[in-house]
Structures are given as structure tokens and as C-alpha cells.
Design a protein around this ligand. Sequence first.
Ligand SMILES: CC(C)(COP(=O)(O)OP(=O)(O)OC[C@H]1O[C@@H](n2cnc3c(N)ncnc32)[C@H](O)[C@@H]1OP(=O)(O)O)[C@@H](O)C(=O)NCCC(=O)NCCS
Length: 210
Amino acid sequence: MSFFRDRFLSLSEPDSREGMMSPPVFFYRLPTLETADLILRKPVMKDAKDIFRYASDPEVARYVLWEPHRSLAETKSFVRFLRSRIRAGYPSSWVVTLKETGTVIGTVGFIWYSDENRSAELGYSYSREYWNHGYATQALQAVTGAVFRSLPVNRLEAQHDVRNPASGRVMEKSGFRKEGILRSRILNKGEFVDTALYALLRSDWEKDQR
Ligand SMILES: CC(C)(COP(=O)(O)OP(=O)(O)OC[C@H]1O[C@@H](n2cnc3c(N)ncnc32)[C@H](O)[C@@H]1OP(=O)(O)O)[C@@H](O)C(=O)NCCC(=O)NCCS
């Protein structure tokens, strides 16, 4: 079944593969995930204020493919975009909130999803105020767990600009294995940059659960 063509039809159908959820149902429901310090949930419009605070920080945007947000209106468009994808049963992102305060400190989600190859790429970004507390790692582990438990995915990828080793640490701490350097892989802010490609296979993840 073609994922995109039949997404509406399959919104009401379970996935027959290994008792997993149909991907559009998963993306539509985007289940709330909980870790020691965080709640990952669907974005709502009022999250835009917290997101704008960090997404307007050039340091946060330095190694990602988006430009720093210049206005709250721009962030609202971003949140609207995430929400519209969820409503359509397309891959989108969770907002990551601090359990204690409810503050939105980042987002984590799907860069792409391939039903054909049963694979996906994950990406994330967090407010500078909250870096180096282990939050990105907690959230990535929660997402990989949810994906492998609910979706018929075999391979999860993540990649980072080689000048951004902290992101590679997050991947490593979440069980991803480095596969290599992709030369001039992305055009980031006018510059071709190398990325490090990491992947976590279902078999790696299952081994870590034992
Ligand atoms: C990269 C990013 C996601 C890390 O988030 P975080 O919440 O600080 O991550 P964690 O605290 O879970 O782990 C960070 C790890 O990187 C390490 N680290 C931090 N700066 C580092 C550096 N310059 N070089 C190497 N490792 C570094 C930390 O020591 C920690 O590892 P440790 O637990 O082994 O000590 C965050 O800095 C961020 O959002 N940056 C901006 C957006 C971005 O770059 N997103 C990733 C795109 S691929």
C-alpha cells in the first residue's frame, strides 16, 4: 500500500505487518511520550511563544537547515505547519516540554519517512538555556522506543554537521552507530558542509532492550 496515496483509507486500518500501527494512524495520533524529566506531545499554537525564544537564537540555528526565526509570526507558521501535517497523518514533530514547568524547550521529529524501505530520519533542536542536561538524549530515546514499538520501521537515521559534535554524542548515547561522513552533503547557510551519518537498526535497539 502506498503510504501517501492511501493515508486516509489507512487511518482507520491497523497495519498488518507484525501487529504494528499503520504509519498514518501513528502520525495522526502522535502519542504523548514521557521520560524522567520531559513530556513530548503534539504542538499547540500557544507553544509558539516558547519556541520563538530559542528558534530566534542564531547559535541554535547554526548547524540546522533553517534560519533563525525573525518574528513570532514566523514561529506561528512553523507550528501551524507541524499541526497541519499531524492532522493529515503525515510525519511531523513533537514539542519537548519540561515536566516541572511545562516550558517548551525543543522539538524532535521526522525529517522524512519511507514506508517502502521501512526507514526514517529523525532531527531535533533545543533551547540553548537547556543544553547539556541530557534532555536531547532522553527525548531521542523516547522517540526511538515509540517508533520501534509502534511502527514497522527497520532503520532510523540521524545526521549532523561535522562541526556539531554534541549532536553526534546525543545519537551515540541513544544507541545510534556512526556509519560515515557524507562529503558536502548539505548546503547550510551558503556553505556546503560534511555531515556524519548515524543509524539505529531495529535489531540494535532490540538488543539494547534486553
Ligand atoms: C545538539 C543538541 C541537540 C544537544 O542537546 P543537549 O540537550 O545538550 O544534549 P545532551 O545533554 O543529551 O547531550 C549532549 C552531549 O554532548 C556533549 N557535548 C557538548 N558540547 C560538546 C562539544 N563541543 N563537543 C563534543 N561533545 C559535546 C555533552 O558533554 C553531552 O555528552 P555527555 O553526556 O557524554 O557528556 C543541542 O545542543 C541543540 O539543540 N543544538 C542546536 C540545534 C542542533 O544543532 N540540532 C541538531 C542538529 S543535527
